[in-house]
Design a protein around this ligand. Structure first.
Ligand SMILES: [Zn+2]
Length: 206
């Protein structure tokens, strides 16, 4: 499929402001619109929430094909998706179909998993989005604060192995956290700073 100017994409690592952009565009459109989010993302219930601020109510779906029942009997032009990579089903088939039906599609998504490998369905979407509708966002490395392009998963403070599931929501398990990292630090183990605080040397001299 050739690039379609009705396709808008905001992609990059975690903590790069993708949902914030999506919410901005959503709120700026006065026309009636609809927004979906993956059911598996339990962090925010039925809301799309930006870590940088902003919150809108969304419809939770498991697979992308579920949207069709919500499109019946409503007259809308704009369809929004947050965290597209978490949706099951044939993402590209459905997006192509919606574009043929002349909807405008706005998508926020990670482009790479916690190992730095591309999500295939998202890669295809990037290809078919025109250059001027493609917004590659970056975060700030959690180690050095430089612009970051990668997302890593830490389990108990250590980089997760390649044997783990591709998608784990960080809310499921408090031991799991995500960070965004620059090129230099994407495979760097974090050194947990354990500060020992001595009270005015009392511990030594008393
Ligand atoms: Zn860094």
């Amino acid at each position: 499929m050739k690039p379609n100017s009705n396709l808008y994409l905001y992609y990059g690592p975690m903590f790069s402001g993708k949902s914030k952009k999506l919410i901005e565009v959503y709120n700026s459109l006065k026309l009636e619109k609809i927004i979906f989010k993956p059911k598996i993302d339990t962090r925010s219930k039925n809301f799309v929430i930006s870590r940088e601020g902003g919150k809108i109510e969304a419809i939770s779906i498991q697979k992308i094909e579920d949207i069709y029942s919500y499109l019946e009997n409503i007259d809308i032009k704009d369809i929004f998706f947050d965290e597209m990579f978490m949706l099951e089903g044939n993402i590209n088939n459905v997006v192509d179909d919606l574009l043929l039906k002349n909807y405008r599609i706005h998508i926020a998504s990670l482009d790479k998993n916690y190992l730095g490998n591309e999500f295939i369905e998202i890669k295809k979407l990037i290809k078919k989005t025109p250059e001027y509708n493609k917004h590659k966002l970056f975060g700030r490395c959690h180690i050095c604060n430089m612009p970051s392009n990668w997302t890593v998963r830490l389990v108990d403070g250590y980089l997760d192995s390649d044997k783990s599931p591709e998608i784990i929501v960080d809310d499921d398990n408090k031991k799991v956290i995500y960070e965004t990292r620059c090129d230099n630090h994407k495979f760097t183990e974090k050194i947990l700073e354990q500060e020992k605080i001595y009270k005015d040397s009392e511990a030594i001299y008393n």
